[in-house]
Structure formats: structure tokens, C-alpha cells
Write a protein that binds this ligand. Structure first.
Ligand code: ADP
Length: 782
């Protein structure tokens, strides 16, 4: 520091002495006691005091002024009484220090009444230390033309102030730095007062909450807390104020844009300043990430649990189940497999080479996949292996470092598909066999009538090979007439028709082949016509035979009617001579007395009667066949009564009790002639085959009308028929025994006649007990 800069006052005082000291204005000895007292008081003061007049003459200095001068190297009386202080002020100013001139101006201002008092602080360094003084100038009350100049050392204060300023600078710097640090923090750093209002908040608030710090100062922090977390935050704040150090509590806050911000707080109560210091970390990203991870996890879990395929993870070289979804457990029919190795869970895999595959994937990382691989499971652990077909993948599972630490597996059970495909293939094979071995020709044509398929039989029918027929139009195998008929039939092809018709094809060798064809049109999925399928039966041979049969039938019918006419005329013609013979025999019986002759005549009589009955039966049979039904309303009761009346008088009927229980309730229509034949035969049989002896012999005839049907029962207690003959007696000429008269044709005719008038006949009979015939006839006119 240059010398010129310090000791200005010292110089002022010493310089002033030079010019004025020799002629003091107020000699000491002239002071009054009071003045002396004042001077003593002045001397007792620590301040350096001088009294000057308005011209600058130093009138009086105190002891401190004098000591200060000598201590600072003042020469002689240079700043003492008698010197001019104005001159000292002027001369003390330097290029660097204008305090002397300022002092002079200040003194003048006070003298001139511009200011009441002048005060300035100035620096006056000694060679050893920095020093500061203040200078005060003011008038002395009641003493005109005198000014009081006071200099005082204020170095201590100045140094302290300087230090204070320096400290303040450092402090300001520190605070600025601190604020910069706070503002550069990504975390929200704030203080809130005991009411919860923000006192300070760093600029992270803008990023985290969307508010500039100044927007939040004075705002209550609870206003930002999400409504559901508000109560908890309020309680927490109370706890903090009670001195509890709270770290890492979490709450949700409103961002200025309305979104939710997750903050993690640490807070501490400053009891001295009654504030809470808080730091909050934005966890929104983390929370969202956690949420996303959770969602992903849930999605994965859902996928894993509901995946339509079996999946899981095997860990380590021993392939220990770490995960296995429910579908996989279902597939292998096992539970609680986690922690167990594949070897423990599925030992049956060893023989199937699965372990080798797993080891290879684990060792090399090369993915293994298989389709429809046959895997045998020992579901019950009893060695009974069940076939399953699987599509599966074994894929290496790697850890964070990329090293293989397990195997991921995915499997789909395709057993059902494989089996059903096999079944389809088998059934297709079967179908092909059927088609090929069918005795019917199968012919398929497309929409252009071209042959797309024929089986071997079809080709055989037309004397071609299947290959020769494929691709040929169906018309190729027809003559002109057949073609026009086929065109007609094919016109209907778009209607969903099924037709059956007889059709003639021309074979390779030119033969006419007659066929019975069942044809179906075929349609695409869009309902458009795509051709037809025909099932073809070769009826050429059958047709030939049918023609023959037809011809034979015509001939047969002719022969039959001729025979019928012949039988009728023969029977009819035969009866006349018999009647004549009976007449002649009655002459002989009347005229002859000879025993033998009469005996012989009787025998001839019996034979003629039998022959007559036989001829009558033949006539009945002939009539039954020849004559058309004549349906008329008949009296069933009357018919039965007249037959019974005509038969009860024949010799064999003597002693038999006839009873008829008949009460016709509805009009009954049938063929009278045939009903007569039926009843006559049955009743005459009951008489003919009755027991020869006995008292209770009966024939009971009963009718019943029910549901438009007539039931007639003819019951006798005659000889009866063994069950083995029940069927046979209805055959032509069948007789159970030759004992009785008869021809064996009666029941045959009965059955024939019953069927003709739509009826049924049934027999119930036991040998020795009797016989019941039950006839049920339809009422033929409804
Ligand atoms: P036939 O002229 O012998 O009576 P049928 O055809 O009428 O011929 O009867 C066949 C046989 O059935 C008879 O020979 C007889 O043996 C037996 N038959 C028929 N009706 C009776 C009956 N009511 N009781 C016992 N036997 C009977």
C-alpha cells in the first residue's frame, strides 16, 4: 500500500500546526474555571476533538487529538491550536484520497447552514495497519463562529464490518451455490412451515408437479395431495411435527396438468425454525413401470394359465420343473411336480430318448421341435403305456448373462387329430374298398357331363377300363335315343333332384346294356352345380329274365283259366252221371231182396256220395278262384241258422246239441257264397269228426261284432286234433286219419276263401277234447 494512502488525518493535524501554532488565539491562562472544566472534560474524551473558528483556525484541541497526532508522527504543533484546519484539509487531499476536500466542503456546508452536521468516514492507514476514522463537524450551541471537529478511530468496527461483509459474501455465495445445487436436484426439495405451507421449494417442482416454485410458495402441501391419500398425509405431517423422522413415505399428488404423481418423501422437523425440511423423489415413472410390469406379469400369467398349449420351464442340467401350466399337468396327469426332475416325474421318457434330447438342448442351445411325435405316458405308474401324439418344442432358457440355465417347453396334444385322421384314412380306405368291390357301378360326372370317376364295376359293365372312361362325356356311352333322354334328365340337374330310372347304355362292343340308375346331383359350397353321382345296376340279364317270366305268366294265366274251365266242366259233367247212378241204385234197393246186393248197393251209395262231395268241393274251389268277389250286405245270423238247419238232420248229427249265439249289431258286408262255403265246411267237419258216442256232445257257434270286424267261433267237443297237425290240416288233401269220410280238401278251400274275403282263421284243439275254429272277417263295406 503506498504511503500516500494512509495517515491523512495525522497529516491534516500536523500540517495545520505549521502555520498557526506560533500565535495561539486563546491562551490557556486566560480560560475561566468553567472553560477549564470543559477543557478537562474534552481531554477526558477518547474522541479526537478540535474547535475551530469559521476561518479554519484551530482554537483548541483535546488531549486525545494531541496524542493521536504525536502517535502518528505529527511534527511539532502542526495540528495543534493556532494552525488553519482548512489549509490542512486542502493539503491532505491526494490523487487517491479526496477525504480532505470532502471535509473542507462539509465544514463549509455546516458554516453556511446548508447542513446541521457533516459526517464522513475515511481510511487512514498506518504503515502497520489499516485504520478507519470518522469525522464529524457541527456547530457548538451558544458559541457562535466556532465549530467542533471530531475524529474517532472506528477501525475495529470497520474491520468487523469488513469481515462481516466478507462473511456475508461467502454466505451469499454459499446460499447461491446451495440454491443452485437445490435447483439442479431432480428431487423436490422444500421446506414447509408448521401450517404445512411451502416456504421454499426448488425448481424441480416445475418438472415434477408442473408448478414454478413461486407458484407454490404459501400454498399448503395438502392441497396437492391426492384426495385418497390426504388423510394419511395429514396424520403423517402431525407425526413429523411431533419430532418423528419420517423417511420414505409415499403419497400421490396432483400434477398441474391433473395427472397423478407418485412421490417418495423424507421429512424432518426443525424445531428451532419451526419448519419441516422435505425431500421428495418422483416415483411416477417407477410406479408406472411397476404397474406395467405387474400388468405384463398378469398378462403373462393369464397367458401361461390359459394358454391352449402345455408349457413350462425346466431348470438346471437335471431338468427340474420350475414351472408347468395346468394344461401340462392335465396332459401328464400329475400334480405337485415343481422341484422334481423330469426323470422323477416321467421315468418312462428315458426309454423314449427324451432325456437325450433335453440334454442336447441344454448343452448346445439348439432348439428341438417335433410334430405328431408319439409319446407314451405311464399315467398310472403301472407300466401300462398310453399313446399320445404331441407337437412340441424344447428351447434353451438363458439367464441375464446369456448362459443356458434351463429349457422352455411348449407342447400341444394332437392325439385326437392324429387318431381321427387315421380313422378318416382308414374309413377312406374302407370306402375305396367298398366302392371298388361294389356290385353296383358308381359313375361321377362333372358339370360338363364329363366322367370324373368310375369304379371297376362300372367300367366292367360297359366293357371298358376305368382309365378309358375318365374324361369322356356321358353321351359317349349312349345311342341317339339315349342321348336325347339323357339331355332331358340332365336339364333338371340344377334342381336338387334324386331320380331313379332305367337307362340303356351301349357297351364297348356295341351291346345294349340296360341299367337301373339312381342319380343324385352334386353341388359346391356356394350351391352351384358341380356334377352328378350315379349308382348303376346292370339289369340286362334281369330284364331278359323278366321278359321271359312275363311271357310265361301270360301263358300260365291262359293255361290256368283253361284248366279252371276244364275242372269246372269236368266236375259239373261228372255230377250228372252220379245223380243218374244214385237214381238207378234206388231202383235196385227197392226191387232187390238179396242181402249181398243190398249191402253192395249201400257201399256204392257211400262211394258215390263221397265222390259227389269231392266233386262239390272241387267245384267250390274252382268257383272260389274263378268267380269275382261279390260284396253284399248279408245276415250273418240267417246264414248260420240256415246252414245249421240243413246239417243238423244228416245222420251223423244225431245226438249232437247245436247252439247258436249270434246277435248281429252292425250291417255286415262280405261275399255270401264264400262265407257259406267257410261255415258249411267247418260245421260239417265238426259233425263229421265228432265223437261217435257220448251224451254231452255239442257244437257251439258264436258271433261277435267288434271294431267293424266279425268274429265267428265254431266249437265242438269232438275228437280233437293233436297240435302237430294244426298247420297241416289246412293243406290240400291232408287228413289226420282215414277213419272218417272225407276228402281232405275242405279246410284248404276254407283257408283259401277266408283269405279271399280278407279274414283270418285260427285253430285251438286238443286231441280227445274238442276243436275251436276262430274266424275273423273284415267288414268289406266301410
Ligand atoms: P275232410 O274232408 O277229411 O274233412 P278237411 O280238409 O275238411 O277234410 O279236414 C282235414 C282233416 O282235419 C280231417 O280229415 C280231420 O281229420 C280234421 N278235422 C277237420 N275238422 C275237424 C274237427 N272239427 N274235429 C276233428 N278233426 C277235424
Amino acid at each position: 500500500m503506498p504511503n500516500k494512502k494512509y495517515c491523512t488525518v495525522q497529516k491534516v493535524i500536523s500540517d495545520s500546526k505549521k502555520s498557526h501554532f506560533t500565535t495561539p488565539l486563546l491562551p490557556v491562562q486566560s480560560f475561566s474555571d468553567e472553560e477549564r472544566f470543559c477543557m478537562n472534560v474534552l481531554d477526558a474524551l477518547n474522541s479526537n476533538i478540535a474547535l475551530i473558528n469559521y476561518d479554519g483556525l484551530i482554537l483548541k484541541v483535546n488531549k486525545a487529538w494531541r496524542v493521536f497526532g504525536s502517535n502518528n508522527g505529527a511534527i511539532g504543533n502542526s495540528t495543534l491550536e493556532g494552525t488553519n484546519y482548512f489549509d490542512t484539509c486542502k493539503s491532505s487531499s491526494t490523487d487517491f484520497n479526496y477525504s480532505g476536500l470532502r471535509a473542507l466542503k462539509g465544514i463549509k456546508d455546516v458554516i453556511n447552514g446548508i447542513t446541521e452536521e457533516f459526517y464522513q468516514e475515511y481510511m487512514c492507514n498506518s504503515p502497520f495497519e489499516e485504520r478507519w476514522f470518522y469525522m464529524k463537524v457541527k456547530k457548538i450551541e451558544g458559541t457562535p463562529n466556532v465549530l467542533l471537529i471530531e475524529h474517532n478511530n472506528i477501525s475495529d468496527r470497520k474491520i468487523t464490518q469488513k469481515k462481516l461483509n466478507e462473511t456475508t459474501d461467502v454466505l451469499v455465495q454459499t446460499v447461491t451455490h446451495h440454491n443452485e445445487v437445490l435447483d439442479s436436484s431432480l428431487d423436490l426439495i422444500c421446506t414447509v412451515n408448521e401450517n404445512g405451507n411451502f416456504v421454499h421449494i426448488n425448481s424441480a417442482s416445475a418438472k415434477i408437479l408442473g408448478y414454478e416454485p413461486k407458484e407454490l410458495i404459501g400454498v399448503n402441501f395438502l392441497d396437492l395431495v391426492y384426495v385418497e391419500d390426504n388423510e394419511r398425509a395429514r396424520k403423517g405431517f402431525k407425526e413429523i411435527k411431533r419430532g418423528l423422522n419420517v423417511i420414505f413415505f409415499e403419497n400421490r399428488n396432483y400434477h398441474k396438468n391433473g395427472s397423478i404423481v407418485h412421490l417418495f418423501w423424507s421429512a424432518k422437523w426443525d424445531n428451532k425454525n419451526k419448519i419441516v425440511n422435505c425431500i421428495a423423489r418422483n416415483q411416477t415413472y417407477k410406479k408406472n413401470l411397476e404397474k406395467e410390469i405387474l400388468t405384463e406379469k398378469q398378462r403373462f400369467n393369464a397367458l401361461y394359465l390359459q394358454a391352449p398349449c402345455c408349457m413350462g420351464i425346466l431348470k438346471g442340467p437335471n431338468h427340474v420343473f420350475e414351472m408347468a401350466n395346468p394344461l401340462y399337468l392335465k396332459l401328464i396327469a400329475k400334480e405337485n411336480i415343481i422341484g422334481l426332475s423330469v426323470k422323477e416325474v416321467l421315468p418312462e421318457f428315458e426309454a423314449q430318448g427324451i432325456f437325450c434330447i433335453l440334454d442336447h438342448v441344454y448343452r448346445t442351445g439348439i432348439t428341438y421341435s417335433a410334430n405328431e411325435k408319439l409319446i407314451k405316458f405311464d399315467f398310472n405308474g403301472d407300466g401300462n403305456l398310453v399313446d399320445n401324439y404331441l407337437n412340441f418344442i424344447y428351447q434353451a432358457h438363458r439367464n441375464c448373462e446369456g448362459e443356458i440355465d434351463g429349457i422352455l417347453f411348449f407342447a400341444i396334444d394332437v392325439t385326437e387329430q392324429v387318431l381321427s385322421r387315421t380313422r378318416v384314412e382308414q374309413s377312406e380306405k374302407k370306402y375305396r374298398q367298398i366302392v371298388e368291390t361294389a356290385q353296383e357301378g358308381i359313375w361321377m360326372i362333372d358339370e360338363n357331363n364329363k366322367t370324373t370317376f368310375v369304379n371297376s364295376k362300372m367300367a366292367e359293365i360297359l366293357e371298358y377300363s376305368p382309365q378309358e372312361m375318365i374324361g369322356k362325356e356321358i353321351f359317349f356311352f349312349m345311342d341317339a335315343h339315349g342321348k336325347s333322354k339323357a339331355v332331358e334328365l340332365l336339364k333338371k340337374k340344377k334342381e336338387n333332384y334324386f331320380t331313379q330310372f332305367i337307362f340303356k347304355f351301349i357297351s364297348k362292343s356295341g351291346n345294349e346294356i340296360w341299367n337301373n340308375i339312381s342319380s343324385n346331383p352334386l353341388f359346391n359350397e356356394d350351391n352351384s352345380y358341380k356334377g352328378a353321382l350315379g349308382m348303376v345296376t346292370d339289369i340286362t340279364e334281369r330284364r331278359k329274365n323278366e321278359m321271359i317270366v312275363k311271357q310265361q305268366n301270360v301263358e300260365l294265366v291262359k293255361a290256368h283259366s283253361e284248366l279252371d274251365r276244364f275242372v269246372y266242366s269236368v266236375s259239373h259233367d261228372l255230377r250228372s252221371p252220379l245223380t243218374s247212378m244214385l237214381g238207378l241204385l234206388s231202383f235196385i234197393e227197392e226191387e232187390s231182396q238179396e242181402e249181398d246186393t243190398l249191402q253192395h248197393v249201400k257201399m256204392i251209395h257211400t262211394s258215390i256220395n263221397r265222390l259227389d262231395e269231392f266233386i262239390k268241393n272241387i267245384l267250390n274251389y274252382s268257383r272260389n278262384n274263378r268267380i269275382q268277389l261279390l260284396i253284399e250286405k248279408i245276415s250273418v245270423d240267417g246264414t248260420i241258422a240256415s246252414i245249421v238247419d240243413s246239417l243238423r238232420n244228416i245222420p251223423k248229427a244225431h245226438g249232437i246239441d247245436f247252439s247258436v249265439e249270434s246277435n248281429q249289431t252292425i250291417p255286415f258286408y262280405t261275399d255270401a257264397m264264400r262265407l257259406n262255403t267257410i261255415l258249411e265246411n267247418l260245421i260239417s267237419n265238426a259233425i263229421k269228426h265228432h265223437k261217435v258216442e257220448g251224451f254231452d256232445r255239442f257244437i257251439k257257434i258264436k258271433t261277435q261284432f267288434e271294431n267293424n270286424k266279425l268274429q265267428i267261433t265254431i266249437a265242438d267237443n269232438g275228437v280233437g286234433i293233436e297240435s302237430e297237425f294244426h298247420e297241416k290240416i289246412f293243406e290240400m288233401f291232408y287228413r289226420v286219419s282215414g277213419d272218417t269220410d272225407g276228402t281232405g280238401i275242405g279246410l284248404y278251400i276254407v283257408k283259401d276263401a277266408v283269405e279271399k274275403i280278407q279274414g283270418t282263421i285260427e285253430i285251438q284243439s286238443e286231441k280227445g277234447k274238442g276243436t275251436i275254429f276262430i274266424i275273423i272277417l273284415n267288414n268289406l263295406k266301410l
